[in-house]
Design a protein around this ligand. Sequence first.
Ligand SMILES: [Zn+2]
Length: 80
Amino acid sequence: MILYALRCECGHEFDQWFDNMADYDAKKASGLNCPSCGGTSVSKAIMAPRVGKAQAAPAPMHACNPVGCGNSMCPMAQMA
Ligand SMILES: [Zn+2]
């Protein structure tokens, strides 16, 4: 997962997650929308992409167990 900082033609900046660069290209081709104004002239803001990593925000509660957890960020999965 890659977090891109995007900017619309009005100057609104927002972040959006993409699976990878190809996913970004595909979504851009099919039309990215600014969440503030709905504008479709959206491009990457000049900023190094942040590669997906566990954010400091608390993870949502989920039924996790060492065998069935598919979340690679999950501490339980790392202990398995
Ligand atoms: Zn906008």
